[in-house]
Each structure stands twice: as structure tokens, then as C-alpha cells.
Design a protein around this ligand. Structure first.
Ligand code: B1M
Length: 232
């Protein structure tokens, strides 16, 4: 135990530090994660690499042990909180690219689902790529999506679901858009760990996005096609 306390993060090399951050994320140690993020930034790591290699990498390990019944909800909540501490530092840096506004997206996690880390990451990366993002949070019934679409008039609707029990709700939202004659107004992108391309097609989304980087590329692609269509 005392050995653990003696670890000085700044004395570790990059690989050791990332390993230690995996352990700290696993143990829900928010301050240590924040310190690790700051050290990697000082060492010239890009915010994107810190996010994907240190934070998402650590959360993947947490996910495996959660699945296997080694970790439980309280521990995973602490890990999520530590991850958010790191993401909070990176957020302004990812958004700092000064890219011109390329489009607007409304995004939210669907009804019955409170997972928000992946959605937040997508929002951060989209903002970093020059999109304006309106994040409506978690546990959203169809009415929330409709109201925000009406008020914000975005190019894109993004939906996130992390549970096999909540992902069908994305179809409820898309079907409601169809019923109201609104489906063609928006590019609908969906994502979340249990989804796949086939599911995205089956529910009538424009595309399934495997991760935040794919979400950015897909969004750019669809928005530029939409603008070209409007121009032509
Ligand atoms: Co939950 N949980 N969880 N959980 N949780 C999973 C999803 C699970 C796979 C764990 C497991 O068993 N291995 C499992 C789901 C099983 C299933 O349905 N197939 C599960 C379960 C069962 C549950 C509960 C039911 C547990 C319980 O209570 N018994 C419960 C449900 C609560 C609810 O929502 N109603 C629950 C609760 C929780 C916590 C609250 C403790 C916590 C969430 C904290 C928070 O989000 N603030 C939590 C966590 C942290 C997880 C795991 C461990 C990690 C999720 C995460 O943040 N990943 C997760 C295991 C896993 O996914 N491996 C698990 C990191 C994140 C960066 O990745 O979210 O996949 P991800 O996002 C990616 C892509 O998917 C994509 O881009 C993101 C970035 O690259 N993406 C999008 C996501 N959304 C997108 C939207 C887009 C585009 C791309 O729109 C354009």
C-alpha cells in the first residue's frame, strides 16, 4: 500500500504513466487522473491522444471487469467521474482549433439510458472540428428531441444508446420524425457500444458511427453533401 502512495506520476515515463492512469481510472482517482492528463499535455501529447489512449483505454478495462462482475455500479461511477475530470481539462483544448463553424448538431442519450461519457466525447470532438453542438443530456423522451430540433434547426440529430434495452428507442424517435414529415430535414447519426451498422440501417438512421472520430468524419461528409445539394 505504502509503495502505491509513493508513486510520483511525473517521474514515470510515458508508457508507465499511461499504465498508472489505467489503474487510477480503475480505482476512480479523479485527482490523479487530472494530474496525469496535465503531465501528458506538458509532455506534448495531443488532447486527442490523451483522450483515446489514456482515458478511453482505461475505461475499456473498466468495461470488461464490469461485464465480468468484478466491478459494480458504485465503482464504475467513480471511474466515470475520474474520466470526466480528465475530459473537463481536455474539452477546451479540443475545441480550440479555431475551425470555422461547419454545421450544427443536436445530440442526446435516449430515454431510459443514463450513459453519457461517449456522447460527451462525441460532442467535444464535434466542437473541436468546428460544429456547434446542442447537448440535451441523458434519458431523453422523443418530445425532448422534437422540441430541441424545432428550436435549434440543426443539420444533424445525434442519438446515443449504451444498452440493448434502450437502443430500440432510437427507432421511436426516427419513426416520429417520419410521421411528422420531418425526417428529411435532418441527418440522423447514431452511436453507442451495442449498435452496429446493420442496426443503424434497420432503424432508418443515415449512419452508424463507431466512435467519436468516425462521427466527426461522417458528419462532415453528410453536411458537405447536403450543402452541395442545396447549392445544386
Ligand atoms: Co453501464 N453498461 N450500466 N454504466 N456501462 C455498459 C454499457 C455495459 C456494456 C457493461 C457490461 O455489462 N459490460 C452494460 C450494457 C449491456 C447491454 O445492454 N448490452 C451496462 C449495464 C448493464 C448497465 C446497468 C444496467 C447496470 C445496472 O444497473 N445493473 C446500468 C444502466 C443505467 C441506465 O442507463 N439506465 C448501468 C450504469 C452505468 C453507470 C451509471 C455506473 C456508468 C455510466 C456513467 C456515465 O456515463 N456517466 C456505466 C458505465 C461507465 C458503463 C461502461 C463501463 C462504460 C461506458 C463508457 O463510458 N464507455 C459500459 C461498458 C462498455 O461500454 N464497454 C457499460 C466509454 C465511452 C467513451 O465509450 O460510450 O461506447 P462509448 O462511446 C463511444 C462510441 O460508442 C461512440 O463514440 C463514443 C466515443 O468514441 N458513440 C457515439 C457513443 N454515442 C454516440 C453517439 C453518436 C455517435 C457515436 O451520435 C452521433
Amino acid at each position: 500500500m505504502s509503495e502505491e502512495e509513493d508513486i510520483v506520476l511525473s517521474e514515470l515515463n510515458d508508457d508507465e504513466l499511461v499504465e498508472q492512469m489505467f489503474d487510477d481510472l480503475y480505482d476512480g482517482l479523479k485527482e490523479e487522473i487530472e494530474e496525469g492528463v496535465n503531465i501528458l499535455l506538458e509532455r506534448g501529447w495531443t488532447p486527442y491522444d490523451i483522450l483515446t489512449k489514456a482515458l478511453v483505454g482505461g475505461m475499456t478495462i473498466v468495461g470488461h471487469d464490469f461485464r465480468d462482475g468484478i466491478l459494480f455500479v458504485p465503482e464504475v461511477l467513480l471511474a466515470a467521474n475520474a474520466m470526466k475530470g480528465g475530459m473537463f481539462i481536455l474539452k477546451p483544448l479540443l475545441a480550440e482549433t479555431g475551425a470555422p463553424r461547419v454545421g450544427k448538431m443536436v445530440i442526446g442519450t435516449v430515454k431510459g439510458d443514463i450513459h453519457d461519457i461517449g456522447k460527451n466525447l462525441v460532442s467535444m470532438m464535434m466542437e473541436g472540428a468546428g460544429f456547434e453542438v446542442v447537448d440535451i443530456g441523458i434519458n431523453n423522451p422523443v418530445e425532448n428531441y422534437l422540441e430541441t430540433l424545432e428550436a435549434e434547426k440543426p443539420d444533424i440529430l445525434g442519438m446515443s444508446a449504451l444498452l440493448t434495452t434502450t437502443m430500440p428507442y432510437m427507432k421511436v424517435v426516427i419513426d416520429t420524425l417520419i410521421e411528422q414529415g420531418l425526417r428529411e430535414e435532418y441527418i440522423v447519426l447514431v452511436g453507442g457500444a451495442p449498435l452496429n451498422e446493420e442496426f443503424g440501417k434497420a432503424i432508418g438512421a443515415d449512419a452508424y458511427c463507431r466512435d467519436a472520430a468516425v462521427a466527426v468524419e461522417t458528419a462532415k461528409d453528410f453536411v458537405s453533401r447536403k450543402h452541395n445539394q442545396l447549392a445544386g
